[in-house]
Design a protein around this ligand. Structure first.
Ligand SMILES: Cc1cc2nc3c(=O)[nH]c(=O)nc-3n(C[C@H](O)[C@H](O)[C@H](O)COP(=O)(O)OP(=O)(O)OC[C@H]3O[C@@H](n4cnc5c(N)ncnc54)[C@H](O)[C@@H]3O)c2cc1C
Length: 349
């Protein structure tokens, strides 16, 4: 079968690789010869994902310890005792996936997609598939400084509807990826200034090695087919909005869609695709509900976040938060149980 993929980021390139290795005739369009979009470069580990990181040689470091702050105040520290996120060289990952897809026979056109169609067409244009609707501008700096090599910090700013992060950017703790994104700062210049202010506040001294911004879709609906094309990754709305996590969902949805196309085409692809990512969809839905709750009641949201039990944060950093997991945690934490109905209600309003 002939498959056309619009966009060769994380989702599009890995989809091209899976489909081409499965025997499909694949044409991929990307407007950039080499991937260069800004990212925090963190990727939650799952078995198939680790293999792609190894095969593309994109491993940069790993994270097992996390500090959570709310409005600058430390509220939790989580030590998972083993690597949980890998830090990747994302350009290397995506460019590597593209080369591997080409080696399997995929054809890559380095120019914008102009509506070309195949027997199967897939939109993998990330935030651009939504014309940036529902997206937040995010800015990140790669800086030389001193930082624990396995430690990540998230600082939620509920009033500004966003968060800052600091992740290690190399295996020795010599560089960090520090960034942030806030719905209340829609302009790139504003978010850039606030990230620089934060860096000066938190790091003793630092030297900027690279800086750039990009949009991330945190509020798009989940859409697996738009009537013309299947959708994967951020183009399908698959971002864990409370964490801005889109890399793992992009890889997972690409693998699922490839499996569905190769096993079911021409009938039943959509149902099979949905079935294969039902767990991921549950995660995305839970993140949208939590976000709506916190944003609709910022004061209460900040209080609730500051008093969440450590088990919630363990789930959060392992990307396991779903409404049923929250209900289970609620049995141990009356405070969480008390807000759950309102979390569900907030998402309906
Ligand atoms: C600053 C920042 C930090 C982030 N940090 C993290 C993080 O630490 N961990 C995490 O998991 N997620 C993070 N994310 C989110 C993550 O980067 C994205 O969700 C992820 O890249 C989505 O992958 P994708 O393949 O769906 O889309 P993308 O990676 O955006 O790829 C889309 C591709 O489509 C191409 N394209 C767009 N329009 C066209 C067109 N018209 N024609 C042809 N090609 C086109 C683009 O060139 C691009 O290559 C971050 C996002 C930002 C902006």
């Amino acid at each position: 079968m002939h498959v056309v993929i619009a966009g060769g980021g994380v989702a599009g390139s890995s989809l091209a690789l899976h489909l081409a290795s499965g025997g499909a005739k694949v044409e991929l369009y990307d407007r950039m010869k080499s991937y260069g979009k800004a990212c925090g470069d963190a990727l939650t580990i799952r078995p198939g994902i680790e293999r792609l990181v190894e095969e593309t040689g994109s491993y940069r470091g790993e994270v097992s310890r996390y500090t959570v702050k709310v409005e600058g105040r430390e509220v939790a520290h989580v030590d998972l005792g083993r690597r949980n996120w890998v830090i990747i060289d994302k350009r290397r990952l995506v460019d590597g996936l593209r080369s591997m897809a080409e080696a399997e026979g995929a054809k890559i056109h380095y120019r914008p997609w102009r509506g070309e169609k195949g027997e199967v067409t897939v939109d993998a244009r990330g935030p651009y598939a939504w014309h940036l609707k529902g997206s937040v501008m995010v800015y990140r700096i790669i800086a030389r400084t001193r930082w624990d090599r396995d430690h990540a910090l998230l600082d939620f700013r509920v009033a500004s509807k966003g968060f800052y992060w600091i992740f290690p950017a190399d295996p020795e703790g010599r560089t960090v990826n520090i960034g942030g994104g806030f719905e209340e700062h829609p302009k790139l210049g504003e978010v850039k200034a606030s990230v620089f202010r934060y860096a000066r506040q938190i790091l003793d001294s630092f030297e900027v090695l690279d800086e750039r911004g990009a949009p991330v879709t945190v509020k798009g609906p989940i859409l697996l087919h738009d009537g013309e094309a299947y959708r994967v990754g951020e183009a399908a709305g698959l971002v864990i909005s409370t964490a801005g996590e889109g890399n793992r969902p992009a890889l997972m949805s690409a693998e699922a869609l490839a499996g569905a196309i190769l096993s079911r085409w021409p009938n039943g692809v959509l149902g099979e695709y949905k079935r294969r990512i039902s767990g991921l969809i549950a995660e995305v839905k839970a993140s949208r509900m939590l976000l709506s709750f916190v944003e609709s009641r910022p004061r209460e949201g900040a209080r609730v976040m500051a008093s969440l039990p450590p088990d919630f944060w363990r789930d959060y950093f392992q990307s396991r938060v779903t409404i049923s997991r929250l209900a289970l945690l609620g049995l141990k934490s009356p405070r969480l149980l008390g807000v759950l109905p309102r979390v569900l209600l907030a998402s309906r309003s």
